[in-house]
Design a protein around this ligand. Structure first.
Ligand SMILES: Cc1cc2nc3c(=O)[nH]c(=O)nc-3n(C[C@H](O)[C@H](O)[C@H](O)COP(=O)(O)OP(=O)(O)OC[C@H]3O[C@@H](n4cnc5c(N)ncnc54)[C@H](O)[C@@H]3O)c2cc1C
Length: 640
């Protein structure tokens, strides 16, 4: 796949000056919209997860007219509800040395020095407000015996800053955002459209002015207009088919915005989570996460000997290799996800993996149960243990869990500036759908923090600065008609192929290809193979896919086919991005670029930039945004 290089891109919105004062400065310089004018302005928010739900509720509360969309039957079914382990915040309730600066530092380092300093500092700063907001909403965070909010540790940190609600933190936070959203729906400031899928962005006179959606129940194609559009449509990890994401997660909204001119940043940065239940068979369509919080008390190990098939209880202490504690004594089992995942792959590649096929390592609670007692362990992790037992038939109180890395999160997404605005004026992107704060690897418990920071605090301020120039008048009818025709013809094309293969079978094949060639480890050779094979498979898809039913009814095969079509195009860009970035960094591990210990080896001279891709009729154009570090010194990451 050929590409060209275009001019550099820069974020022009982050103020200059000391980093501690930048967000304050931006808040003050952002123009305000007076309450009477807010009522004349209309904002579309696509997505009702933590990012979109919190944004729509807050914008409604501020007095804007908001129209909100999601493809589920209820806003509270967004994928955010699956989040288990917790949410980070620099509250320092434990007095263990935490601070805003430390959270900022850990996040920049955890992201392998590939995130913007200004954004990350703001994230750490705002994190403390999120907890207050959620507590005020009644989110039932875990508390200690004395009544104070409890915390635990997550990877990449030596302090305990993760707030949690058992293993259901996302669910509880989403219920908080959802009730705030429902309140605005009842107040009439937010109009909610469930079971509607955004299929295109309307760009009129260079501004994002609306969306084309399909009513998923009737099949009707609708147009909706606004003065600004916010995409909060989540991540695209399902391009790999097997992932921990909800089955519905897809790339369509951001991909179609990309086709309309929004740059796509760092598409190849994928997070592989180290603690998931291993794949168990050919027909599996979903992987299950075992929260990172389990690594607070669970110890990861494999047998010292290769091909050791003894039951774990029969392997004596001296014949076990607690490899994370051995290799990374400073962080032990709490190294960041990219590091823990690669370490698991390495011991399995050596032939020391456990379970069927040798693709697994133990996560063992024996010592924690002996130390804390079974009850205490059950209180902290009970629902996760139950989930594990239901899926595997093994009781983790008695035998260690078996875990293996799996695709979990995508750090890439639409490029946004400090105001969270994309390269299309009036198109804002928040939550996992943007690329903004995590660099090449996201630390655990930081996605919820980012989604809620964006939705409750950042976007509601920055969008005002844009809307101060509105309302923007009528939307160009030609632009609307063109977008609508594009959507209709894509649907007609999918319906008319009438081939022999299901969209799912193509998705499964594409996912396997992505995992094999652009997964935990990438090489020039594997990426070139993927770039050769993806267009062939896409061609076959368009010749041979079979979409049953009609377009004028509830049709999940049609929905799936449209999403798979976009996954093909995205997969190609991901592989190209991974091929061009010849360094290793965070979750992007190029086998050709490793140090003597097998750790990711960055190339700061050539790759200390964000890769922002523009889609043009002549092929992808790469724009680089240089990353400059004033506060955190770029070093080779060490967790030893
Ligand atoms: C199993 C699991 C556990 C996790 N645990 C944690 C954790 O403990 N801590 C942490 O910080 N992070 C965790 N994460 C990550 C975190 O849950 C997600 O990154 C985060 O919830 C994403 O939120 P979001 O609001 O950006 O998107 P989502 O919650 O994915 O919401 C996307 C929304 O967009 C809508 N949408 C998408 N496309 C369209 C379209 N075309 N048209 C209309 N609507 C559309 C959907 O309907 C949905 O409402 C976990 C992830 C997984 C998979």
């Amino acid at each position: 796949m050929k590409y060209t290089e275009g001019p550099e891109i820069r974020d022009t919105k982050a103020p200059e000056g000391p980093i501690e004062g930048r967000w304050e400065k931006r808040k003050f310089s952002a123009r305000l919209v007076n309450p009477a004018n807010k009522r004349k302005l209309h904002v579309i928010v696509v997505g009702t997860g933590l990012a979109g739900g919190s944004a729509a509720a807050t914008l409604g509360e501020l007095g804007y007219n908001v129209t909100s969309f999601c493809y589920q039957d209820s806003p509270r079914r967004a994928h955010s509800i699956a989040a288990q382990g917790g949410i980070n915040a620099a509250k320092n309730y434990r007095g263990d040395g935490d601070s805003i600066y430390r959270l900022f530092y850990d996040t920049v380092k955890g992201g392998d020095f590939r995130a913007r300093e200004s954004n990350v500092y703001r994230l750490a700063e705002v994190s403390v407000n999120i907890i207050d907001q959620a507590v005020a909403q009644g989110v039932p965070f875990a508390r200690e015996y004395g009544g104070l909010l409890d915390t635990r540790s997550f990877g990449g940190a030596q302090v305990s800053r993760t707030f949690y609600a058992r293993g259901q933190t996302g669910q509880q936070l989403l219920l908080g955002a959802y009730q705030a959203l429902e309140r605005q729906i009842a107040a009439g400031t937010v109009t909610m459209h469930t079971r509607h899928e955004m299929l295109d962005l309307i760009v009129s006179d260079g501004r994002a002015r609306g969306v084309i959606v399909r009513d998923m129940v009737t099949g009707e194609i609708e147009r909706h207009f606004a003065d600004a559009v916010v995409l909060a449509t989540g991540g695209y990890g399902n391009v790999f088919f097997l992932s921990t994401n909800a089955k519905g997660c897809n790339t369509t909204a951001i991909w179609r915005a990309h086709e309309r001119g929004a740059y796509f940043a760092n598409p190849c940065y994928t997070q592989i989570h180290p603690t998931c239940i291993p794949v168990s068979g050919e027909y599996q369509s979903k992987l299950t996460l075992m929260s990172e919080s389990l690594r607070n008390d669970g110890r990861v190990w494999v047998p010292l000997k290769k091909n050791d098939t003894r039951a774990p209880g029969d392997i004596p202490e001296e014949e076990r290799d607690y490899y994370l504690e051995r290799i990374y004594p400073a962080f032990g089992n709490l190294v960041p996800r990219d590091i823990a995942s690669r370490a698991a792959k390495n011991v399995c590649d050596e032939g020391r993996g456990v379970g069927p096929g040798g693709l697994g390592v133990f996560l063992d609670f024996r010592d924690a149960i002996n130390r804390l007692g079974r009850d205490a362990v059950e209180k902290k992790y009970g629902n996760l243990f139950e989930m594990y037992e239901r899926i595997t038939g093994e009781n983790p109180y008695d035998v260690p869990m078996r875990i293996y890395p799996a695709v979990h999160y995508t750090m890439g997404g639409l490029w946004v500036d400090y105001d969270l605005q994309s390269t299309i004026p009036g198109l804002f992107v928040i939550g996992e759908a943007n690329f903004s704060d995590h660099g090449a690897n996201r630390l655990g418990a930081s996605a919820l923090m980012q989604g809620l920071a964006d939705g409750y605090f950042v976007l509601p301020t920055t969008i005002g600065d844009y809307l101060a120039d509105g309302p923007f008048g009528d939307v160009d009818e030609e632009a609307v008609a063109e977008a609508e025709i594009k959507v209709r013809s894509k649907i007609e094309r999918l319906m008319s192929v009438n081939g022999t293969r299901t969209p799912d079978s193509f998705h499964r094949e594409l996912g396997k290809l992505m995992w094999d060639y652009c997964g935990m480890e990438r090489t020039e050779e594997s990426l070139r193979k993927a770039l050769e094979r993806i267009p062939e498979l896409r061609e076959e898809f368009w010749q041979n896919v079979k979409v049953t039913g009609t377009a004028e009814e509830l049709n999940q095969v049609l929905e799936k086919a449209g999403r798979v079509a976009d996954f093909f195009d995205l997969a190609e860009l991901m592989c190209l991005d991974a091929l061009v970035r010849t360094e290793s960094c965070g979750g992007h591990f190029r086998a050709e670029s490793q140090d003597a210990d097998g750790e990711a080896l960055r190339d700061d001279e050539n790759f200390a930039h964000v890769s922002a891709w523009e889609r043009t009729p002549d092929g992808p154009v790469l724009h680089k945004e240089p990353l400059e570090y004033e506060y955190v010194k770029m070093t080779q990451r060490s967790y030893k």
